[in-house]
Design a protein around this ligand. Structure first.
Ligand SMILES: N[C@@H](CC(=O)c1ccccc1NC=O)C(=O)O
Ligand SMILES: [Zn+2]
Ligand SMILES: [Zn+2]
Length: 210
């Protein structure tokens, strides 16, 4: 690694962070105050596992799929490329042709969605499932997006989730990329070791590689 500073690209987990409609809101509060215990503050949180910047385990959409603890941590750490696709509403194979993706292991898509962690977006950029075989061919093993999902918000068939999973590509959602220029970075976005988890919030950070 180099001497460049690491940059936080995670949504802050505040009590007003947006959650999926009908899903569990995030709350963090003190269970016991220092005055009560005489020594320490102790917090508690309630949350959906699909809150803020988070990763999905295949179990999220496949009953036979891996849970979070079984995911390979190596996928969440290493070289990543940020590309700016904010000029399109649909990302298909044609859009990806404009970028040089050979050998890219982790691809982070900067779509037109501006980061407003307290607002759940109604509409997001559409990823066409046809991009998945292209990503596989390039060597991509993790796809990150600055949106709550890699599928349309109202999708029930979750075609991109399934296609990515079938090809062994890990999913990272709700990144904050507003101030991140296109380029090459190191990425760390590790999930918590939640044994039965179908997903996990992550602290995602990147470091420019020069
Ligand atoms: N697939 C989304 C989550 C999702 O779809 C969802 C999350 C919580 C409650 C309902 C959801 N979808 C319902 O159709 C994600 O990966 O975060
Ligand atoms: Zn999720
Ligand atoms: Zn997802």
């Amino acid at each position: 690694m180099n001497n460049n500073k690491w940059i936080d690209i995670s949504q802050p987990l505040t009590n007003s962070i947006a959650h999926w409609p009908e899903d569990t809101p995030f709350t963090n509060q003190l269970t016991y105050s220092k005055e009560q215990t005489g020594s320490v503050n102790i917090g508690q949180m309630t949350t959906s596992l699909h809150i803020g910047t988070h990763v999905d385990a295949p179990y999220h959409f496949d009953n036979k799929g891996k849970k979070i603890i079984d995911m390979d941590v190596n996928y969440y750490i290493g070289r990543a490329k940020v590309i700016d696709v904010s000029d399109v509403d649909v990302i298909d194979g044609r859009v990806l042709e404009d970028f040089s993706l050979d050998g890219v292991e982790r691809l982070l898509l900067k779509t037109s969605l501006k980061s407003r962690p307290e607002l759940f977006p109604e509409k997001i950029t559409k990823l066409e499932p046809e991009i998945v075989p292209i990503l596989v061919e390039k060597g991509v093993k993790l796809l990150g997006v600055n949106m709550p999902s890699v599928d349309p918000i109202d999708s029930k068939d979750l075609l991109c989730h399934h296609a990515l999973h079938q090809h062994g590509i890990y999913i990272l959602e709700n990144l904050v990329l507003d101030d991140v220029p296109e380029g090459d970075y190191n990425l760390i976005a590790l999930p918590l070791a939640i044994a039965e988890g179908d997903g996990s919030p992550v602290r995602a950070v990147i470091q420019p590689t020069d």
